[in-house]
Design a protein. Structure first.
Length: 339
């Protein structure tokens, strides 16, 4: 089955072609980072308008790259939620309309399910069951994954997501948008140990997270010191060490509690070099195998939506010609609100 995937949940338009027998045939992505940088963050109305401009040209590009035509498509998957309502509506309306025009099924996919399953696109994918750390700008969650569509929430952030904490801390340090990658790059220049920052909830005894206090601790440091380049780099290094320590401790605790030996890390923060390096060492010491998507598929993309849609279609028939979007939709509830 050839599935067209469309991702438009926030500020990236992603399109891909995935074949259940031949694998990923083509993918393309347009990032809106340059457009939103002028405003210091995502402007929802501008994001929606840009998705309208980009989606169909990206579909045509993927068809040409994959040497397929519209009439070769056998199913369409689009991101139904969570995300920005207007942005989601663009992808959902295009996906549903193409499905109606071509006479093929169109199915809404959970954005986080796409991230969670993205490592299965790799040449050596993890086997079910496994524990997943979903860590991005909008979400930080630990899930136990028994199979596609069968997820149990183990813990989540009580306030800021990890990626959100990266972005807010970067803003405190005077870095540009997007802040997370800029802070990670600056942290490489920092001197370890100059500043000590808290590891919130690292010994809480549960699998939840909290990062707002860490951000406040950084704010206190910025008010105590004149921020030259060296101090900025040292604070960035201390912040990154603190947040990755918490993520790793909670992820390994979740694996231990589950009795499993496989950990998936997905989402934009999963591309962080410091997190990957420290987690590799800690997991190896405990005999835990860690799986990531390719770096290109850590951030939002159409490939993960096409793949998740293909897996969904094996056991979940589409629900007719209508479509909805679900800006707030918990992954543990695999049926979207209103269904």
């Amino acid at each position: 089955m050839l599935v067209l995937g469309i991702e438009s949940s926030c500020d990236e338009t992603g399109v891909a072609l995935y074949h259940t027998a031949d694998g990923l045939l083509a993918h393309a992505l347009h990032s809106q980072v340059a457009m939103h940088a002028e405003y210091g963050g995502v402007v929802p109305e501008l994001a929606s308008r840009d998705h309208i401009r980009r989606a169909l040209p990206l579909v045509r590009h993927c068809l040409a790259q994959g040497k397929r035509t519209l009439h070769d498509i056998q199913a369409i998957a689009y991101t139904q939620g969570p995300g920005l309502a207007g942005a989601l509506l663009v992808g959902a309306s295009i996906g549903a309309s193409l499905g109606f025009a071509l006479g093929v099924p169109a199915i809404g996919v959970h954005h986080l399910e796409g991230h969670l399953l993205s490592p299965l696109l790799e040449p050596h994918p993890p086997a079910f069951p496994f524990v997943a750390l979903l860590v991005s700008g909008g979400h930080t969650q630990l899930m136990q994954v028994e199979a596609a569509g069968h997820y149990r929430l183990l813990g989540e952030t009580l306030d800021d997501a990890a990626g959100e904490a990266f972005d807010k801390t970067a803003k405190l340090l005077g870095l540009g948008y997007p802040g997370g990658p800029a802070l990670a790059a600056l942290a490489r220049q920092g001197a370890p140990g100059r500043f000590k920052l808290p590891r919130p909830m690292i010994n809480s005894g549960d699998l939840n997270f909290s990062f707002s206090g860490l951000k406040t601790a950084v704010l206190t440091l910025t008010r105590k010191h004149a921020l030259d380049d060296g101090i900025r780099a040292d604070i960035a290094q201390a912040f990154q060490e603190a947040i990755t320590d918490v993520l790793i401790a909670k992820a390994l605790a979740a694996v231990a509690q589950s009795g499993l030996r496989r950990l998936v890390v997905a989402g934009g923060v999963g591309a962080n070099h410091c997190l990957r390096e420290k987690l590799a060492s800690a997991a190896a010491n405990k005999g835990i195998a860690v799986f990531y998507p390719a770096l290109a598929f850590c951030t939002d993309n159409g490939a993960m939506i096409a793949f998740a849609g293909a897996m969904r279609l094996r056991h979940q028939p589409p629900t007719g010609l209508g479509f909805t979007v679900s800006p707030r939709w918990e992954l543990a509830h695999t049926t979207p609100p209103g269904r």
